[in-house]
Design a protein around this ligand. Structure first.
Ligand SMILES: C[S@@+](CC[C@H](N)C(=O)[O-])C[C@H]1O[C@@H](n2cnc3c(N)ncnc32)[C@H](O)[C@@H]1O
Length: 313
């Protein structure tokens, strides 16, 4: 029995979480220790959220082995790309058309990817920290229009719809699969709530016809590293956000993944891009690679996650 298992208060976990963890370990024994540690670390509140998410997936007709497979798709793809990155010093791909058909426009892969990514929001310390930062900084009493770019699995958009007072919500995502997943997730979690206008459109954000200074909140999680010209996304966000809008952006530094095509090599480089786009950092969260300090992560070119609340200059 590992140290983590001895420390694991099994009765804290729900049956579905235990089954999920057991299936992950059965499919990928090397990942068992990481999973055990993750389940020791997460709070009772996060356990309830993870259990509810698994419950949502099961009610949709998915099963635990499929969810474990989705989660492990991200684990193994990320590991493979890390090896490539450490050897070559760059991401494997640099153009959107090199990855789009295999990822965003491949429904089977995209479903694996998005269910897996949603599950990492509860289990990977950096993803969990960024989600908590979002919950902490999301204004709960502000009104107006909320926009989310690249809603993916939909968990952030659903959270905003459930916990904020914004009056209307718009999600835009380039992938039909993400759009369908976001719609389903929101419909499920919001079913007992008074309906607010909420729309999810399949669009390239840069091609979307959105009026200037029209949004009170703009959220874009994990998109900048997926596009060829991230500065265009930031400038466009600046244009469509109202003065004083809540702007929440996350991205990553030296963090390879199958579809990461824009390499940020330092936090400074990212902050310079924000500044050149007319955006100032109001609050930030920097998450070094798990088990390493920021200095070690920078020196060893290990993945760093960054979440920022930005304001228009
Ligand atoms: C890695 S997922 C992020 C999901 C979620 N926001 C999160 O933080 O976990 C990136 C999402 O951005 C979408 N995306 C990529 N390029 C886009 C673009 N040009 N316009 C809109 N969405 C885009 C992808 O289809 C995918 O759903």
């Amino acid at each position: 029995m590992t140290e983590a298992e001895r420390a694991l208060p099994q009765d804290r976990l729900t049956d579905n979480i235990r089954l999920f963890a057991a299936d992950v370990a059965a499919q990928n024994p090397v990942h068992k220790k990481f999973m055990d540690n993750a389940l020791v670390r997460i709070s009772g509140d996060e356990i309830r959220h993870l259990d509810a998410y698994i419950g949502f997936c099961l009610r949709k007709g998915l099963d635990i082995p499929y969810l474990a497979e989705c989660y492990l798709t991200i684990v193994s793809d990320t590991l493979r790309e890390q090896v490539y990155f450490q050897k070559n010093g760059r991401y494997r791909h640099a153009r959107f058309d090199e990855v789009a058909s295999d990822v965003y426009f491949n429904p089977d892969y995209m479903r694996h990817y998005m269910y897996g990514l949603a599950l990492t929001s509860f289990l990977w310390p950096n993803h969990l920290a960024m989600f908590s930062f979002f919950r902490k900084t999301l204004p709960v009493a502000e009104h107006g229009r909320y926009l989310e770019i690249g809603s993916g699995h939909g968990y952030y958009l659903m959270t905003a719809a459930l916990h904020s007072a914004y009056d209307s919500f718009l999600g835009v995502d380039i992938s039909e699969t993400s759009v369908a997943m976001t719609r389903e997730l929101v419909a499920h979690y919001m079913k007992d709530r008074a309906a607010k206008p909420l729309e999810v459109q399949c669009l390239d954000f840069l091609a979307a016809d959105l009026p200037e200074k029209s949004f009170d909140a703009v959220v874009m999680g994990e998109v900048l590293e997926h596009v060829e010209r991230p500065e265009l996304f930031l400038r466009r966000i600046r244009d469509i956000a109202k003065d004083g809008a809540y702007i929440y952006v996350t991205t990553c530094i030296n963090a390879p993944a199958v579809d990461h095509i824009y390499l940020f090599e330092t936090v400074k480089q990212l902050e310079e891009m924000f500044a050149a786009s007319g955006l100032a950092v109001r609050e930030k969260l920097i998450c070094p690679y798990e088990g390493k300090t920021l200095e070690q992560s920078v020196a060893q070119r290990l993945a760093i996650n960054v979440a920022c609340v930005l304001g228009k200059v």
